[in-house]
Design a protein around this ligand. Structure first.
Ligand SMILES: Cc1ncc(COP(=O)(O)O)c(C=O)c1O
Length: 517
């Protein structure tokens, strides 16, 4: 690529987007990309060219095409050279912001379409695999070893699928070549129905059970079938961000209610009540909770049922961690307390059977279905449209839900999850400036940082600084729709030796950390 051509196009694009050099430096900083003022001024004056990742960042920040910006698409041809004066006059084909299709030049002098993501994604956030994670991936590509405490994926940390599950899937594999019924195999759904009976979930027939490619697919399906533009849905803050993302993508408005750290991270009922309007259609619960590890007692669930009853809300309850409850506590399905309301309960095998990669989850419709016939028709349409969920994974639901539950060995004293929880809770809360509520379930902890002590105003920056300095990847609280910059989530699936190293490094890091603003 030619330095001069690149410099001209960069300047033209900056002018078009009303961005100064400092704006690019700041944008790079928030995305964790190393870009100093001196670099930008060298690019602009045609002295040097950027690395590929910086080029892509610049193109993205300036809403233009990286090939065009670099001059790669024909910079050496006469036709391309003729385009240069245009670029110098600020007429470069750098796209306008909202346009979804733009024209750029190519070697033949013809115009070429570029494609932008849909504006429906503008407000969608999913930082569990977001910019901090991208930076970690970049570091790994350069050969740096990063300790990833960012995603609740048990298998890479040595949690093995029960042998019986693998054996049974192998046995049935050749019977699973075709599509199944859209909602799933009869045997799988029957086993889920019996599971619902054990959890006292009322009024569930086999037709009320839908299998999905993980709970994730079903969350998306439920939100798409329910929400019209302007419809509101109550979602916890902090949340598992897929809920907010899917509600937003469906055109709805996610209204976040507070879960109160002072009260064991339980939902704040007054806050829920305050946030209900005549557009509120539903309330989402994540119980046991990701990212806090909280488990809601019956009394709290009863209060939520009362509010839902008063305002005729649908209850969506994400209970994927219901078999990962410690300290002898009992998980109560909210649907069991609400026979007169319409509830959708989600669960699956990703966490309890350590088979997140197999992609199998389900949802159970329960309670009063008289007034939701049309919504259920919508669910059926979407379920039919995706044909079915992964059939080999469905084939082992019955095996997984029956008999010995090996997950139980992990969550009692001496078990890995239990002992790792004990360790991480103590190790993190021993660090000056860090406090935490002890998690009761799942495998996450959501510690609080003393923002004054560390001068933290931007939690994503904190995550990036920790990543760059100590090679530890955690997700900042903002990634879970938590509005203050004072929390982060740690996945405590690694073995204690590794958690020990991680906690020591976090302690070292915080012993001197002062966020630079
Ligand atoms: C609360 C919660 N719900 C749903 C999911 C997605 O689960 P699945 O693997 O079944 O799609 C996760 C995954 O981490 C989760 O934490």
């Amino acid at each position: 690529m030619s330095k001069e051509l690149f410099a001209q196009r960069l300047k033209a694009s900056m002018e078009k987007q009303h961005m100064k050099q400092i704006d690019l430096v700041r944008a790079a900083e928030t995305r964790g990309i190393k870009l100093g003022k001196s670099h930008v001024s060298q690019y602009v004056s045609g002295k040097t060219l950027p690395r590929a990742d910086v080029l892509h960042f610049l193109a993205d920040a300036l809403h233009t095409d990286p090939d065009w910006l670099s001059g790669m698409n024909g910079s050496e041809t006469a036709a391309e050279a003729q385009m240069e004066p245009k670029a110098q006059n600020g007429q470069a084909p750098a796209p306008d912001k909202p346009a979804d299709i733009q024209k750029n030049s190519n070697p033949g002098g013809k115009t070429m379409r570029t494609f932008k993501k849909s504006s429906k994604l503008d407000n969608v956030l999913y930082d569990v695999r977001g910019p901090v994670v991208e930076e970690a991936n970049r570091m790994e590509e350069e050969g740096t070893n990063v300790l990833k405490l960012n995603i609740g994926n048990p298998a890479p940390f040595g949690f093995r699928t029960p042998d019986e599950v693998i054996y049974d899937m192998r046995q049935q594999l050749t019977d699973c070549e075709g599509y199944s019924a859209a909602k799933g195999l009869f045997a799988a759904r029957k086993a889920i129905m019996q599971y619902a009976q054990l959890k006292n979930i009322p009024n569930v027939t086999i037709n009320d059970i839908y299998t999905g490619n993980g709970v994730s697919e079903l969350i998306n399906l439920c939100m798409s079938a329910l929400l019209d533009t302007g419809d509101e849905i109550l979602i916890p803050s902090p949340d598992y961000p897929l809920w907010t993302a899917c509600a937003t993508l469906a055109g709805g408005t996610a209204v976040h209610y507070i879960c109160d750290e002072q009260s064991e991270w339980y939902p704040d009922i007054d806050d829920i009540k305050k946030k209900i309007t005549d557009r509120t259609k539903a309330i989402v619960l994540i119980n046991p909770n990701n990212p806090t590890g909280a488990l809601y007692p019956r009394e709290v669930l009863q209060k939520i049922v009362d509010v839902a009853r008063e305002h005729q809300l649908i209850i969506f309850s994400d209970e994927i961690y219901d078999r990962l409850v410690m300290d002898g506590e009992e998980h109560v399905s909210i649907a069991s307390l609400a026979p007169d309301l319409f509830c959708v309960t989600f669960s699956g095998l990703s966490k309890s059977h350590m088979i997140a990669g197999f992609r199998i989850g389900w949802m159970i419709l329960s309670g009063n279905k008289r007034h939701v016939k049309d919504y259920i028709e919508g669910l059926n349409m979407l379920s039919n449209m995706r044909l079915c969920s992964n059939v080999p994974a469905q084939s082992i639901v019955q095996t997984a839900l029956g008999g010995h539950q090996s997950v139980k060995d992990y969550i009692v004293p001496g078990g890995r999850i239990y002992e790792q929880r004990e360790f991480i809770y103590k190790a993190l809360t021993d660090i000056p400036g860090v406090t935490a509520v002890k998690p009761k379930a799942a495998f996450y902890i959501f510690p609080k940082l003393d923002t004054k002590k560390f001068n933290i105003v931007n939690d994503e920056q904190f995550a990036l600084d920790l990543l760059r300095e100590k090679k530890i990847l955690i997700i900042h609280g903002g990634g879970f729709n938590w509005k203050q910059p004072d929390h982060f989530r740690v996945v405590y699936l690694p073995r204690i030796e590794i958690l020990e190293k991680a906690a020591t490094k976090i302690g070292d890091f915080l012993s001197t950390y002062q966020q630079q603003i």
